[in-house]
Design a protein around this ligand. Sequence first.
Ligand code: NDP
Ligand code: MG
Length: 392
Amino acid sequence: MKIKNISILGSTGSIGSQTLDVIRKNPNLYRVEGLTVNKSISQLLDQINEFKPKSVAIFDDTAYEEFLTLVEEKVATSPYLAKINVYKGHEGLIKIAGSRTIDILVTAVVGMIGLLPTVEAIKNSTTIALANKETLVTAGQIVMDLAKKHQAKILPVDSEHSAIFQCLNGEESNKIDKILLTASGGPFRGRSRQDLINVSKLDALKHPNWSMGQKISIDSSTLMNKGLEVIEAKWLFDVEPEDIIVHVHPESIVHSMVQFQDSSVIAQLGCPDMRVPIQYALSYPSRLDSDFERLDLFKIASLNFQRPDLDVFPCLDLAYRALREGGTSATVLNAANEVLVEYFLNDKIGFYDIPKYIEMAMNEHDFIDQPSLKDIINIDAWTRSYIKNIIN
Ligand code: NDP
Ligand code: MG
């Protein structure tokens, strides 16, 4: 296999660092071309020393200035630092993503900030290993149409979507009847609404099966993560909202399933480890050897499935509503959620304020049925300021 050039948006995060671990284990298959971070410059420096990328980008202004100073100090002992291109801000992310020499862009930033860099890569027909689900939630139609036009592959990294993608191997001519999307249920599975009114961010951050970034951990506690994934599944696999059925599956062993027209259900199983779907997106259509933990079904013994409780987790219901409405509804849902999760993480609002204000923003916004990329950016900005005005 020809060595593949990889760039990672968000290389210091949970997905970004696990992507680097996959690359570390397969030095003959992959080389790192570009890395981006928000503020974690000392971790970035370690990554530069280990992986020798050609270019890096730092989103945060202050961190960018600090990084330049750090480079000046360290260049005598690490001469490689003098050779790399260092870019700044959103433009910097776009520059890294838009390089024509990369084979795969791993989108592992959090939030819709990943949208324009992803669009830039798609325009070059670069393969996207997509973790950044917010990009598809906010602008699914535009991203998928553009990918089709430029024949850019979008390979899912999200474990459920990787599972569905694997279940569809060789099934191109067959009709999907339903997608059975599994969900761990998060840290609050089985709780009542009353139990959750006063939960803190620390309770919400304790995920039972996966260790992830803060934003997705809160999204998992509200089940908004599953809502975003329902929307992500619609765009990746072209299925109707009512044909995507969420199954709460506390063991997180079945990563999702596809039911076909003849009633057969195909599932993908494995121990919960994000490196498996990350590696598959990098090596597709091949599979690589790995030392990842093997599934021991005798030890697990039983697999359970339940319906989600939409009264306790209204965010999931709101995501279905956004998907049914189409147009700009999911853009509003996503932007409002991003801002509200930030407020929740700063102890400014309660758990149920998240769905409450998302619903208000969805009701209030000026709906556009066929939005352009510019419309999406405007509606996203409108939503963020609408929420900020309410909360302050
Ligand atoms: P993390 O919070 O762990 O990492 C986010 C990364 O993006 C970091 O490198 C961070 O840099 C960078 N970043 C954050 N904000 C900005 C910004 N405004 N501009 C530029 N860079 C930024 O997130 P995760 O790895 O958990 O999640 C990344 C994406 O993958 C999300 O969309 C999530 O939904 C999705 N995903 C994650 C899974 C997981 O297991 N973690 C599973 C499936 C999907 P810095 O370190 O400097 O802050
Ligand atoms: Mg997932």
